[in-house]
Design a protein around this ligand. Sequence first.
Ligand SMILES: *Cc1c(COP(=O)(O)O)cnc(C)c1O
Length: 233
Amino acid sequence: MLSERIRAVTESIREATARAGRPDGSVRLLAVTKSHPADTVHEALDNGLAVLGENRVQEAVAKFEPLRAARERHPAFELHLIGHLQSNKAAKVPGLFDWVQSVDSIALAEALSRRCEQAGVTIDVLVQFNSSGEQTKSGYADPEALVDDAAAIASLGSLRLRGVMTIGPFTDDTARIASAFARTRALYNRIASALPDAPIDTLSMGMSDDFAIAIAEGSTLVRIGSALFGARS
Ligand SMILES: *Cc1c(COP(=O)(O)O)cnc(C)c1O
């Protein structure tokens, strides 16, 4: 049952947070509903999961446009885009996504800011770091480029830069995973001290299989799909 899985995941997050010597409640849970139907979203909302993630714009439009009413009933509702976004799809973001975690270029950030300004909204964004070096993953591979661009992104009128997102390496080697997360946290700290006026408070890392490692390395937001909703088809 979903409620039991939520309890188990929440408890594991709490244990990992305590083990890391971090304050209770310092890690947010984002529930990833990608590939699951609107019914799953309703069930998630009914069970108190208000912060949701999708990785494809088209799928999110189809699933969440009809959910506007449900969304208004949940004041804490937030929808995060966690997958790659092409600049030419930026117009779909305002009014649908509250956060875009996958900003990976100035061109995309500018397109997003322009579209948000036209729509009269401000959204929260993270810059994505490709910490694993895997070619199939998007995000900045070069930390220096990420730090330089973060300053420019933070100055865009309709975006609030909140921090950094990464996807850990696809491996069983926990030391390698931990090292990728530690490098991401170091980048996050650099940005936070370089941009003291930006509201930097979010380090998004950790998924179903590696969130305990991510919490040990400083994650403030874990993105959990299969551990909550079961395997995806
Ligand atoms: C699918 C996905 C997740 C969730 O993955 P699980 O292993 O099912 O928890 C988290 N982050 C991103 C970017 C994803 O695409």
